[in-house]
Ligand binder design. Structure first.
Ligand code: GLV
Ligand code: GLV
Length: 330
């Protein structure tokens, strides 16, 4: 008998076939409440692949045979990694393959917000274009401005490369560890959060969601920003206090915001954020190109196959699990 695994996200057919040569696949779709059949399959499954399913002790209590959980995303805030490690379960994500694609999206969002591209598109399509483009339609420059990046990981660094080389921007960043590469090659400076907020024309959040970054940007942080600041969120909605963001936009504490992520996704139709004028909204599409999504799913499938075949998964989040296993078998 092949091991059972749960697939809870639609992935390309050739990758499903690859999985089928190794595993019995149980197909489910992610839902707010997973149905009883899911938990029945979970009780026998050795692996789970998809993204966003909350994997915590409550779920793990019902998964006694689980050996690996595979996210087809770079973020893994849906995993309780400590609990997984304690139980000797491997966890994997998909870094690197999406870095440049997400950086492109984030830079596009920044440009779209500064130059009001979605609004201008609507303006032309709705037949409002007359002779004069008055100053009420002007945007603000991006080139030569100051970009502040909160969370200088791989994606933050790739955005900084675009900003420095392509747009001659000055880069400030706030990160626990210094990035010698960013400092030497992009002339970036690691500064306090306060200084970054006060001095940046564009404030970009790329820090992953964790206990330390939950609602990191709130009322006080928006007040510290320039009135002309443009705020961009490309990480997770919960890193920002959305109520404080709406207030900051409505009361002109900041100029505009470009968002790919929200506290609740999909964002509810009635959310007050969608009624604020100076906001550009994307439906969490940072990595969503055909090429990159394929690479992410492929890497996820590699992780699952390797992990359940006794090899080291290529992008393992908690390698301590393997050391622990080795000690136990000695
Ligand atoms: C997308 O948000 C990801 O984490 O890959
Ligand atoms: C996060 O891990 C990133 O790649 O920026």
């Amino acid at each position: 008998m092949k091991p059972e695994v749960i697939l809870y996200k639609p992935i390309p057919g050739d990758l499903v076939q690859r999985l089928e040569t190794h595993f019995e696949i149980r197909h489910h779709l992610l839902a707010r409440e997973m149905p009883p059949e899911f938990y029945k399959d979970l009780s026998r499954s050795e692996g789970i692949i998809g993204s966003k399913l909350k994997v915590d002790s409550h779920l793990l209590d019902q998964a006694p045979n689980l050996k690996i959980v595979v996210n087809t995303s770079v973020g893994y805030d849906n995993f309780d990694v400590e609990e997984l490690t304690k139980r000797g379960i491997m966890a994997t994500n998909t870094p690197d393959v999406l870095t440049d694609t997400v950086a492109d999206t984030i830079f596009g969002l920044l440009l779209a917000t500064a130059r009001r591209i979605p609004e201008m598109h609507h303006y032309v399509r709705s037949g409002q274009w007359n002779e004069n483009i008055g100053e009420e339609l002007y945007g603000v420059d991006v080139h030569h401005k100051v970009l502040g990046i909160i969370g200088m990981g791989r994606i933050g660094t790739a955005v900084a490369e675009r900003a420095h080389h392509g747009f001659k921007m000055e880069i400030l960043y706030h990160n626990r560890s210094n990035s010698p590469y960013a400092e030497e090659s992009l002339q970036a400076q690691n500064v306090s959060l306060e200084k970054l907020l006060q001095e940046s024309d564009f404030v970009l959040v790329m820090a992953p969601l964790s206990d330390e970054t939950y609602k990191l940007i709130g009322e006080k942080e928006f007040q510290l920003m320039k009135k002309s600041a443009i705020f961009i969120n490309g990480s997770r909605g919960e890193v920002v206090d959305e109520k404080a963001l709406i207030y900051a936009l409505k009361s002109n504490e900041i100029l505009a915001a470009g968002l790919d992520v929200y506290e609740k996704e999909p964002i509810p139709k009635e959310s007050p954020l969608l009624k604020v004028k100076n906001v550009v909204t994307l439906p969490h599409i940072g990595s969503a190109t055909s090429e990159t999504r394929y690479q992410m799913f492929r890497l996820g499938v590699d992780n699952l196959i390797k992990g359940l075949n006794g090899e080291i998964p290529p992008t393992l989040i908690n390698p301590e699990v393997l050391t622990k296993k080795r000690e136990e078998s000695n």
